[in-house]
Every structure is written in structure tokens, then in C-alpha cells.
Design a protein around this ligand. Structure first.
Ligand code: C2E
Ligand code: MG
Ligand code: MG
Length: 669
């Protein structure tokens, strides 16, 4: 037996108290004493001892222990290491936000980390033994089974994204890594999943995707989403011959005016209100989309026939007959839309872009025919559009190649036949088509903006020519009239006007600018401001084609105009009737009352001339006097004395190129 005294000296100071206590207790009760305690060996090593000692009282009263002491240091260290690692494991599982689970091969839960509580609202015990498929979003189950569960049962690690229902019924997006746990025999015994809540990330991604496919103002699908859907419908229609759909392409008729006059916030509110209206026409899979600006599209799915699409278009137009109540200032705004209807036609359309382009063409056709109308697309529209495109290109080339010329039509003092001036009218000397009249290209030039450079050329050429005539025939006090188109009526036009007058040397009072009545109707205030600026330069203003533009008589007296040109529809109507004559007479009377000149357009017969003279119309132009003339012929006319013309034998514009033969020197009889 070892000397117990040596051991006492080595007892670890932290264990000394309990060892002494244990020994004293054993001495008092004479019960065996057992304990694990530490010693520090003389070489400084820590050792764990396990001792069991049985007390025995000697005859002299001393107590002697019969003890068995063993070195359990190795076992104790292993125990402590295990305790530490368990504590660490608990620490990790209790504090981690990821959900780690162990599953049986059928998916049911074997082990669930405590994070299930924070992630899903379930205590781990509530999940144990249950099948996770009961918690997956129904739409995700198939995907999870095929993309994750099955492959991992085959030993493949898989990462998937799916939705899982929480205890409160809401869903979280989980990104889950599924690991197979393979036994020694190679079979998959368990599956381990590590799931992370990625709801925020998915939401941000979904929001970005939504924003990329929707219009931020109205919330409607945008062009990209519409094209995607249209592409899908095209595929479906090609596969299912009975499937019919139609595209309604809408453009508001007066949006620019509302935006400019009532402000952008009212404009925005109007667009939102229109979007809401349109949505009421979209049933089931139909889609209302905004392409930008004031352009909307309604995709009608699975319609019976064209008549159904037409009735929807009529319904939309009818709805716009009542004013829209805007959320903003409780303001009521009237609007209308031009609608192009494109029914699906298997023989014609190839792509979603084609569908939109053709629906747009039909809408443009509707717009040309007036406000609030609809037009059904026909393939000829496409041909016409191509022709227009070609025309536009040729017009550009024509401008570059100086293919345009001006003709001059005399404006005559009706009492005497005296030439008071000329109206400059543009012609296109086309290399293949010969002389082309403006009716065939002015419209396209206006739409494409080409009218601006073209109009500048006209103004410069006409002013230059008039200045030359004034120098050559100074006694004749001639005036030159130049037509202006809407796109030219911009403030920067004034600069060009000043430049032209200065550089050609034509006095402002020798120039008349003709604006059509339609221009005034569209934007009276802006036109009015510009016309005042013309007047301040001494330039005269004529209102062209008067009587055709539905202008309000109420603002006519405010207009800074000098003359009204009575449209030829009232002077030489194709079928003369009393109403046209009455209108012409009223315009002449009105111009006299407002102290404006009246200039009759399109005088073709002596009877018309006679009648115009009797109703007091002072000026006129028309084939009866002269067709528009090339420059040389106009100069020749000016050289005649006295400067007055009777009538021309030219009665058709086709003969314009023939020089003026009948500009006789006699007065008008
Ligand atoms: P407008 O300004 O009303 O010009 C009068 C039109 O009537 C001219 O047609 C003229 O040739 C035609 N005309 C003149 N007398 C008679 C007649 O007795 N009977 C008939 N049936 N027609 C007559 P044109 O030259 O074909 O011009 C057509 C329109 O094109 C013009 O109408 C004007 O609006 C526009 N236009 C012509 N030149 C220019 C231009 O340089 N700039 C702009 N912006 N428009 C122009
Ligand atoms: Mg004119
Ligand atoms: Mg006219």
C-alpha cells in the first residue's frame, strides 16, 4: 500500500476541500468514501484519480481507510472532450439561423435543429416524423421531388429553391442543399438538408423582374411582357387552328393637348384612369398593356370572331363618352381613342412585332379618319406603309438632289383681273415619275418632319424670287404667298424668317404666310402667338382653306390675320349646290365684317367669277385665270402690260408645265 501522506500533498488545490470533506464525512459515518479528484505530480502533470476507500475504526479509536486508487486521467480527458464537443454542438445548433434536418429516405423528419422555430414557427418536435411534402407549396412539390429528392436518393447532392409553409400559414423561400448520407454498403440511409431563408433575395429579384416587365406609372404590363405573351399566343394559334385572338391598339386622341394645357400630373392621372378603364375590358387571360406615352394595347384571347373584337372596341369608345374622373383634383377630363383592330390571320403574321406593327398601322388609319374611331387591319395597309416608307426615303434624296421646284399661281384682283401677287406651290421633279403634285408628298413630309427643311427651302426660294421680281418690276407692288405646315410653326421659325427676309432683301410686307384653318383649331394659343410675331415684322397672314377646319367663330376676331381664303370646295364644288354657295357667301360677308380680305380659291368658270364679284369677294385664284406657272412663265406674265389676265385655257393642273398662252392683256369681262 502506498503512503497516503504523499498523495495528500499532491491534491489539486481546487479539489482539496471536497477531498477533506469526503474523508471527514466517511470518518464520522464510517461509510465508504469514493471520489474522483485531481493531483499535481512532482513533475507538474495533472492526473485524475478515482478512489474508493472503506473506513475501519481501530481499537485505539483511529480510523484507517482501506483504499483503492486508480489513475483515470485518460478516461476523464475523453469525457471532458466529449462534454466540450456536445456543448459546442448545442451552441451551434441552438444559435444557427439555417435549418439543418435529417430525413428518412421517404423525406420524413428524423432530426430538426431548433432554428425551425425562428424559421418556420414550429418547434422541432412538431416536425419530427412528419412528411415535409405537407409543408411545401403545392406548386413546388413536383419540382422538389424531381430536382432534389430523387437525385439525392441516387447519391447526388442537390441545391433547390422552393416555398415552405410556416405555422402562421405564410410562405418562406428556402434555398436547400440536400446531401445523401451513404452507408458502408453504398445505400443511401438518410438525407441531410441544410436550408436557408432567401425570401428577401427572391422578393428583390421578383420585384426587379416585375419592374422590367411593367409600366411604373399604370402598373400595366409593358411592351416586353406584351411581346412575350403575344409570342406565346402566336405559337398557340399555330398549333390550335380554332384558337382566335385579336390585338386592339389604342392611341388617345387629345393627350398632348391635355398634358400641355392641364399639366403633367393631370396627364399622368388620365393615363392611370385610362389604364383602369382598359382593365375592365380584360377578362381571364386577356392582357391590357401600356406601350409608352398614350399608347395602350388590349390583347383579347380566345375570341369567337372579329365581331367580338369590334364590339370590345366599340365598348371602349362608348366608355370614353363619359368624362373620366381623375383621382388627382377630382377633375373631369374627356378623352377619346383611335383604335386599330388586328385579328389573328394565319396567312399573314409571323412574329409578335409584326402583330404590333400592323395593329399600329390600323390605328393610324383610324386616326386619319377622325377621332374616336376604330379600323380593322387589312394587308393593303401594310403595302401602303411600305410605299410611304419608300416615299420618305425618296423625299430625303429629292431634297439632297434639289429635285423640288416652285410654281407660282397668280392671285388676282377680281374686279380688274390685275395680278396682285403669287402663291408659291411646291412641285417635285421626280427623276422617274415626272412632275409630282404636293398632294402626293406633303402629308408624308409633315409626318416625318421633312417638311421643316423643305419648307425652309420653299420660303427662301419664294422670297428670293419675289425680291428678284420686285427689283425687275418695282412698280407692281407684288406679294408672294407661302404655305406653312404645322411642324414649321415653332418659335425657331421666326429666326429663320428674319434671316430669310434679310438675306433675300424682301420687305416683310411683301410676304404673306398661309396657315390652314386646321392649324388654328389644333393649337390656337401657340399659333396666335406666332402669328402676332409675323405681324410685328410686317408679314401678312392668310387663313388657308377657310371653312373646312371647323374653327370657332368666337375667336376669329382675335386672330391677327389679314385674309381668309375661301376653300375651293365652296367655290367650284364638284356638284354645285346652294349650300356651298351660301357658305362661300357667309365667309365673304364675315371677312368684310372683320375687315379681312377674302380670297376665293379654285375659280374655274366665268360664272363662278361673276358670282364671286356680286357677293363682294375681292380677290381670287384659279385655273380660270391661270394654273400655277413655272418661274419663267410667271416672269413672262409680269412683263405684260397692263398686268391683268382674262382667263387661261389651262383648266387642269396636269397642263401646268405648258407655258401660259392665254394671259391676254385685256381686263376681266
Ligand atoms: P393650297 O395652299 O390651298 O393651294 C391651292 C391648291 O389649289 C393648289 O394645289 C393649286 O394648284 C390648286 N388650284 C388652284 N386653282 C385651282 C382650280 O381652279 N381648280 C382646282 N381644282 N385646283 C386649283 P397644289 O399646288 O396641288 O397644292 C395643294 C396643297 O398643297 C396646297 O393647297 C397646300 O396646302 C399644299 N402646298 C403646296 N405647296 C406647299 C408648300 O410649299 N408648303 C406647304 N406646307 N404646303 C404646300
Ligand atoms: Mg395655300
Ligand atoms: Mg387653300
Amino acid at each position: 500500500m502506498a503512503d497516503a501522506g504523499i498523495l495528500w500533498d499532491m491534491v489539486h488545490s481546487e479539489d482539496l476541500c471536497s477531498v477533506i470533506k469526503g474523508v471527514e464525512e466517511s470518518a464520522r459515518t464510517l461509510k465508504p468514501w469514493s471520489m474522483q479528484w485531481r493531483i499535481i505530480t512532482p513533475s507538474g502533470k495533472l492526473k485524475w484519480l478515482d478512489s474508493v476507500a472503506r473506513p475501519e475504526r481501530q481499537e485505539n479509536g483511529d480510523i484507517v481507510w482501506d483504499a483503492y486508487v486508480s489513475d483515470v486521467s485518460d478516461r476523464k480527458r475523453a469525457e471532458i472532450a466529449l462534454q466540450n464537443s456536445e456543448a459546442r454542438f448545442r451552441l451551434v445548433t441552438e444559435n444557427m439561423s439555417d435549418l439543418v434536418c435529417l430525413h428518412r429516405p421517404d423525406g420524413s423528419y428524423l432530426y430538426v435543429t431548433p432554428s425551425s422555430k425562428t424559421l418556420l414557427g414550429y418547434e422541432p418536435e412538431e416536425l419530427l416524423g412528419r412528411n415535409p411534402y405537407n409543408f411545401f407549396h403545392p406548386d413546388d412539390c413536383d419540382h422538389i421531388r424531381s430536382e432534389s429528392h430523387q437525385p439525392s436518393l441516387n447519391g447526388v447532392q442537390k441545391l433547390t429553391l422552393y416555398r415552405m409553409r410556416c405555422k402562421d400559414g405564410s410562405y418562406v423561400w428556402l434555398e436547400t442543399l440536400t446531401d445523401p448520407i451513404v452507408a458502408d454498403d453504398g445505400t443511401v440511409k438518410h438525407l441531410q438538408t441544410t436550408s436557408r431563408d432567401v425570401s428577401d433575395r427572391v422578393q428583390v429579384r421578383q420585384q426587379l423582374k416585375h419592374d422590367a416587365l411593367h409600366d411604373s406609372l399604370t402598373g400595366l404590363p409593358n411592351r416586353s411582357l406584351l411581346l412575350e405573351r403575344l409570342e406565346g399566343r402566336l405559337q398557340k394559334a399555330k398549333a390550335e387552328p380554332d384558337f382566335q385572338f385579336a390585338v386592339l391598339f389604342l392611341d388617345l386622341d387629345n393627350f398632348k393637348v391635355i398634358n400641355d394645357s392641364l399639366g403633367h400630373s393631370v396627364g399622368d392621372a388620365l393615363l392611370i384612369a385610362v389604364a383602369q378603364q382598359l382593365q375592365t375590358f380584360a377578362y381571364g387571360a386577356d392582357m391590357a398593356a401600356r406601350l409608352g406615352g398614350d399608347v395602350f394595347v388590349l390583347l383579347l384571347e380566345d375570341i369567337e370572331d372579329l365581331a367580338e373584337a369590334i364590339s370590345v372596341a366599340e365598348g371602349i369608345s362608348k366608355n370614353f363618352e363619359t368624362p373620366l374622373l381623375l383621382e388627382s383634383g377630382k377633375q373631369e377630363v374627356f378623352t377619346s381613342s383611335s383604335i386599330g383592330i388586328l385579328p389573328w390571320d394565319p396567312s399573314y403574321h409571323h412574329s409578335a412585332e409584326d402583330l404590333l406593327r400592323d395593329a399600329d398601322l390600323a390605328m393610324n388609319q383610324a386616326k386619319r379618319s377622325g377621332r374616336g374611331r376604330y379600323t380593322v387591319f387589312s394587308p393593303e395597309m401594310h403595302c401602303r406603309a411600305i410605299e410611304r416608307l419608300q416615299l420618305e426615303q425618296e423625299l430625303r434624296q429629292g431634297l439632297d438632289n434639289n429635285e423640288f421646284v416652285l410654281y407660282y399661281q397668280p392671285i388676282v384682283f377680281l374686279k380688274t383681273g390685275e395680278v396682285k401677287g403669287f402663291e408659291a406651290l411646291i412641285r417635285w421633279q421626280h427623276p422617274q415619275r415626272g412632275l409630282v403634285s404636293p398632294g402626293e408628298f406633303i402629308g408624308v413630309a409633315e409626318e416625318t418632319g421633312l417638311i421643316v427643311p423643305m419648307g425652309q427651302w420653299v420660303l427662301e426660294t419664294a422670297c428670293g424670287q419675289a425680291a428678284a421680281w420686285l427689283r425687275q418690276f418695282p412698280e407692281q407692288n407684288l406679294r408672294i404667298s407661302v404655305n406653312l405646315a404645322v411642324p414649321q410653326l415653332q418659335p425657331q421659325f421666326l429666326k429663320f424668317l428674319d434671316y430669310t427676309l434679310k438675306h433675300t432683301g424682301l420687305p416683310g410686307e411683301r410676304l404673306t404666310l398661309e396657315v390652314t384653318e386646321g392649324v388654328l383649331v389644333k393649337n390656337f394659343d401657340a399659333a396666335d402667338r406666332l402669328l402676332c410675331q409675323f405681324k410685328s415684322r410686317g408679314v401678312n397672314v392668310s387663313i388657308d382653306d377657310f371653312g373646312t377646319g371647323y374653327s370657332s367663330l368666337s375667336y376669329l376676331h382675335r386672330l391677327p390675320a389679314d385674309a381668309l381664303k375661301v376653300d375651293r370646295a365652296f367655290v367650284s364644288p364638284q356638284v354645285p349646290d346652294a349650300r356651298n354657295q351660301a357658305i362661300a357667301e357667309s365667309i365673304v360677308t364675315l371677312s368684310n365684317l372683320l375687315e379681312l380680305d377674302a380670297i376665293a380659291e379654285g375659280i374655274e368658270t366665268p360664272e363662278q367669277l361673276q358670282w364671286l364679284r356680286t357677293i363682294g369677294c375681292e380677290f381670287g385664284q384659279g385655273y380660270y385665270f391661270s394654273a400655277p406657272l413655272p418661274t419663267n412663265d410667271a416672269t413672262q406674265l409680269l412683263a405684260q402690260r397692263p398686268l391683268s389676265i382674262s382667263h387661261s385655257t389651262e383648266t387642269s393642273p396636269q397642263k401646268e408645265t405648258v407655258s401660259l398662252k392665254a394671259a391676254s392683256i385685256s381686263g376681266v369681262s
